[in-house]
Design a protein around this ligand. Structure first.
Ligand SMILES: *Cc1c(COP(=O)(O)O)cnc(C)c1O
Length: 383
């Protein structure tokens, strides 16, 4: 089915920061499946784990425990402030789980409160409920009627949140850095004020860390930047490093699902859990995160030195979830020209470029990215 415009080139092979198409053309990949391939394409440790696990056990069904899912759940809890994990297959599905868990908690503990406050420009996925929770432009008229119970506030504006709170409010749900909106970080004060508001009103705080989690921002989870503990967190994208797995993670006292409330045929299968464990072990190492933060500073500094020359502003983001804006040039034109020259970049908004390379990208690859990008921008300047 036609769902998005795509180039004719068919991608056939990937290795680290590089991707090859069926014409033998090579691309430097600074999209990595939208921040999915944490360790780049086809990392040897992931390939080895996939192979080994596939010889032992693929899927005993969620009616039984399997060791890789137990090990991964324990690792996530050891690395975070949370106690319980439910695995699923996509970010949207993890967020559906978060919404269901919050509603169940509201039914049991807050007189059936069910409303969730979410944010304009937020992105939580493409199922009916997660589209309803999202604040993506142009989505408000799609697939009506929407799932009820989502009220939209303005990101980084606590005064827009307060009037939406009622005795029906069960949770506030947000991305600590809005990804699809163009990498918009929440401010420290906003997160602290939200946490306070939640505590005062007996409301759950849900962080959608599908894009920001699993080492992407230079810490294992982005909530660590804010010194605030959410009640529920969702993970996806980078957790599997390219294979489909996501997780709903929560504080123990929130977990109130009963048998029949939640499940799924493929959920927590040993194949994906074994691979995700390898990914998470790697990206949670202090030395690995130091490297992510060094490369991040390197990229930001380099952008800073050319911001006058190319009329770039708003250099922002944490770790390797970075973005910047052009004053005049349209990002779509830059993205297309870079594609021609063998560089994959993403433009989440009209004037924004988002950089989400593999977390183990090296300095040589970053230099090559800038070399192509600057060549393209020089052309735009000349014209
Ligand atoms: C990508 C994304 C999702 C949806 O994940 P899928 O795996 O595409 O369902 C949800 N929330 C955020 C913040 C995302 O970036």
């Amino acid at each position: 089915m036609y769902i998005t415009p795509r180039p004719e080139n068919i991608m056939v092979r990937g290795e680290g920061s590089w991707l090859w198409d069926n014409q033998g053309k090579k691309y430097l990949d600074f999209i990595q499946g939208w921040a999915v391939n944490s360790l780049g394409h086809c990392h040897p440790k992931m390939v080895e784990t996939l192979s080994n696990q596939s010889h032992n056990l693929l899927n005993p069904s969620p009616a039984f425990f399997n060791q890789p899912s137990i090990d991964l759940a324990k690792l996530i809890c050891d690395l975070s402030c949370f106690d319980k994990v439910f695995f699923s297959n996509s970010g949207a599905e993890a967020n559906e789980g978060a919404i269901k868990l919050a509603r169940k908690w509201g039914a049991l503990h807050k007189e059936n409160a069910f409303e969730i406050i979410t944010f304009h420009h937020g992105f939580h996925g493409r199922t009916l409920a997660t589209m309803s929770a999202s604040g993506k432009e142009g989505w408000d008229q799609l697939f009506e009627p929407k799932v009820d119970g989502f009220k939209k506030a303005t990101f980084n504006d606590i005064d827009s949140v307060k009037p939406l709170i009622s005795n029906q409010t069960v949770a506030i749900m947000l991305e600590p850095i809005q990804g699809e909106a163009g990498v918009i970080p929440a401010t420290d004060n906003f997160i602290k004020d939200l946490k306070k508001l939640c505590q005062e009103n007996n409301i759950l705080l849900i962080f959608d860390e599908v894009q920001t989690g699993t080492g992407r921002t230079g810490k294992t989870f982005a909530y660590e930047h804010f010194n605030v503990e959410p009640d529920i967190m969702t993970l996806g994208k980078g957790l599997g490093g390219g294979i489909p797995i996501s997780a709903l993670v929560a504080k123990g006292h929130i977990c109130c699902f009963e048998p029949g409330d939640q499940g799924g045929t493929y959920n927590g299968n040993p194949l994906v859990c074994a691979v995700a464990k390898v990914v998470l072990e790697e990206v949670s190492k202090k030395s690995f995160q130091n490297q992510v933060n060094e490369i991040s500073s390197y990229i930001k500094n380099k952008l800073d030195t050319v911001k006058e020359k190319y009329a770039i502003h708003n250099i922002r983001g944490k770790g390797l979830l970075l973005a910047f804006d052009f004053q005049e040039i349209n990002s779509k034109d830059v993205v297309n020209s870079c594609f021609e020259k063998g560089l994959l970049l993403n433009g989440p908004r009209e004037k924004s470029i988002r950089l989400v390379p593999a977390l183990n990208v090296n300095q040589t690859e970053v230099d090559e990215m800038f070399e192509i990008l600057f060549r393209v921008l020089d052309q735009f300047k000349a014209n």
